[in-house]
Design a protein around this ligand. Structure first.
Ligand code: FE
Ligand code: FE
Ligand code: ZN
Length: 276
């Protein structure tokens, strides 16, 4: 069965998100661990989490994806911002340890002019300080579109971060279709070759999730503007090949398209219908 879901608001808690995704026809979902642009997380509601864990088990929700806030920049030049990233990161992970099937996705960061080498070093430093040998939550580096000074603009940069992490068995990758297409990986005309490249540089065993988004901009534009499925430059035929690809078809897919609930319901249905 296709593992498919979309980004949901987490304000009403885990049980609410679980019920919402089932009502939208999905079986997995993504959410922000805290306000995507703000700071503090809301108080931990362990009762909600316990209820969610049994709801998920009873309703076939095996994995979910927590997304770190955009403000979290492990590669910042400012010590204060890196301290915030470190704190938010470790708090998020310790909370996610309680949640059934949760993985944690983050944008590697922006080096803000310090250079990719320095940025990669700073990111790995934080990962080495937050990852503990006992944690079960896998941390996913997201493939980025390469706008501004974003790190993760290509597979090599992700590989270099992973190489510097001591407990790297806790690290995986989330591939965002809009971002990689923006980043000059031709998943429309040559998906096989892109995956071969991913495998030789990072290793396909590290690929744990896919953000499934169409793109408002043409190939290689490094802009990062998501479009509804089938309405952008990637197109529905490419998505049909992507969700059915033998290396991808078992992974969870997350829509981050510009949609309301009804729009997501439709996209989930479309994708389920073209899944073989
Ligand atoms: Fe993201
Ligand atoms: Fe994404
Ligand atoms: Zn994006």
């Amino acid at each position: 069965m296709l593992k498919i879901g979309c980004h949901l608001s987490s304000v009403k808690g885990y049980v609410h998100m679980g019920k919402e995704i089932i009502s939208l026809g999905g079986n997995t979902f993504q959410f922000f661990t805290r306000n995507p642009r703000g700071g503090a997380a809301k108080p931990l509601d362990t009762e909600d989490i316990e209820k969610y864990n049994s709801f998920a088990q009873n309703n076939g929700i095996d994995v979910i994806l927590a997304h770190a806030p955009y403000t979290l920049n492990c590669a910042s030049a400012e010590e204060e911002k890196r301290e915030f990233a470190l704190r938010a990161f470790s708090e998020d992970i310790s909370r996610l340890e309680l949640v059934r099937g949760a993985m944690y996705n983050f944008h590697p960061g922006s080096h803000v002019g310090q250079g990719a080498d320095k940025g990669i070093e700073l990111i790995a430093d934080i990962l080495n300080r937050v990852i503990t040998p006992k944690q079960k939550t896998v941390i996913l580096l997201e493939t980025m579109a390469g706008k501004g000074t974003e790190i993760g603009r290509n597979f090599y940069e992700l590989r270099r971060i992973i190489d510097k992490v001591e407990l790297s068995d806790k690290i995986g990758v989330c591939m965002d279709t809009c971002h990689v297409y923006d980043g000059e990986y031709d998943i429309v005309n040559d998906l096989d070759n892109v995956l071969r490249e991913f495998d030789s540089i990072i290793g396909l065993e590290r690929l744990k999730a896919v953000h499934i988004n169409d793109s408002k901009n043409p190939f290689g534009s490094h802009k990062d503007r998501h479009e509804k499925i089938g309405e952008g430059f990637i197109g529905i035929e490419a998505f049909e090949r992507i969700i059915n690809n033998r290396y991808l078809r078992e992974l969870p897919f997350y829509l981050e398209t510009p949609n309301d609930a009804e729009g997501y319901r439709k996209e989930i249905e479309i994708l389920k219908n073209i899944y073989k």
